[in-house]
Design a protein around this ligand. Structure first.
Ligand SMILES: [Zn+2]
Length: 379
């Protein structure tokens, strides 16, 4: 049942600080652009209006309704508070539940410019990784693959950290998936702890350590279109390891009617498609453009755009190997899953099963990058 807020006049006992002095903090948006939501507590917690210092107690095992009120205020359990509001766990442990996930809690609730609420968790990078690995790999994968993922994810998060923004990472696929304190286990903690502080560095700077499900035999070159520095560790490498993966090959069927409306919506005056073929490939074998021969002028479209339009789950990569006419449409065949840049997770798994260490895995997928302790290295 919904509780009311209790004002707390004493100072907060045993409130956890966000991190030890030596540990970097990652700010993860665990909810964005929500008008209201329910906050469940599993342990005692505290609420602090950061501007006034006014404190409130949240009782364990209770439900609190949180609502947007105005650009500068929000309400918790019907009481209007000045934004931002901080939630601190009382004595460690999982304090807060949202959307079925647990969070340990140094959490900020704040209004944003779009008249909605943002919920941002601040936590030490090592704790953050314990919530990334189960979502981005799987707790039952070989330990050396999990360790490689820990180093890649740590590097990526720290590279993307930007104090000028309201948060560093989202919890979704647009950065890397984070599932809170749920889902972690002993193996995950071991993978994170045994690589503590280790990051990938190239020429004194952190590498934007992209990764993806399966490269299909050759990793892709990072695109300058992503606004990233394209450095040697992200040029792309041949990968003999992921051929055993279930994601190594894919096929996708599209009807002629859907393909025709796709090119028409992008300006083609064609009424008929005669043939489709890969028009251009990049150095790593990925299709950069496809050419549609039609009854009007030929139409050229980027593979990225085609993939976006038909769904990245269906056209799993731009490593399109063939396009064949079939009854009523076309069959696209390709290899791999994902953008293909950086570490191939299925390849990392196969390497680990063959006995490779996480250092060897990282050296293979990020050639030229050095594994370094965090201290003393620049971003
Ligand atoms: Zn691969």
């Amino acid at each position: 049942m919904t509780r009311l807020l209790l004002t707390l006049l004493l100072s907060i006992p045993n409130a956890r600080s966000a991190a030890g002095a030596d540990e970097q903090v990652i700010r993860v948006a665990i909810a964005r652009n929500v008008k209201q939501f329910r906050l469940n507590t599993s342990a005692d917690a505290f609420l602090v209006e950061t501007k006034t210092g006014q404190r409130y107690q949240l009782l364990a095992r209770s439900v609190y309704e949180v609502k947007y009120i105005s650009p500068s205020s929000l309400a918790v359990a019907g009481q209007t508070l000045e934004s931002p509001v901080r939630i601190l766990a009382g004595n460690g442990g999982d304090a807060i539940r949202m959307n079925g996930r647990h969070y340990k809690g140094d959490i900020y609730l704040r209004t944003n410019g779009a008249e909605k609420l943002e919920v941002v968790e601040h936590l030490p990078v090592e704790d953050y990784l314990c919530g990334v690995l189960p979502a981005e790999m799987s707790p039952d994968w070989p330990l050396e693959a999990l360790k490689a993922q820990a180093v890649a994810s740590r590097t990526y998060a720290l590279k993307k950290s930007d104090p000028k923004k309201d948060y560093d990472m989202t919890d979704g696929v647009d950065t890397q998936v984070y599932s809170g304190a749920s889902g972690t286990n002993e193996r995950i903690r071991k993978a994170v702890e045994s690589t503590r502080g280790e990051v990938l560095v190239y020429r004194g700077r952190l590498v934007t350590a992209f990764f993806h499900a399966c490269c299909g035999g050759h990793t892709a070159a990072a695109s300058s279109a992503w606004g990233e520095e394209v450095v040697k560790p992200l040029f792309g490498v041949r990968d003999p390891y992921c051929a055993v993966s279930n994601h190594y090959r894919w096929d996708f069927y599209a009807t002629t009617r859907d393909l025709l409306s796709f090119i028409q919506s992008r300006g083609s005056s064609a009424m008929k498609i005669k043939r489709i073929r890969v028009h251009k490939r990049d150095r790593t074998g990925r299709a950069s453009a496809l050419k549609f021969a039609t009854d009007a002028a030929p139409f050229i479209v980027s593979a990225v755009e085609l993939r976006k339009a038909f769904g990245t789950y269906d056209i799993r990569s731009t490593l399109i190997t063939r396009v064949d006419p079939v009854k009523g449409g076309y069959e696209f065949s390709g290899r791999g899953w994902g953008h293909g840049v950086g570490m191939c997770q299925d390849g990392a798994k196969a390497m680990a099963y063959k006995g490779a260490s996480y250092r060897r895995i990282l050296k293979h997928y990020y050639p030229g990058a050095r594994i370094s302790g965090l201290s003393g290295e620049a971003r």
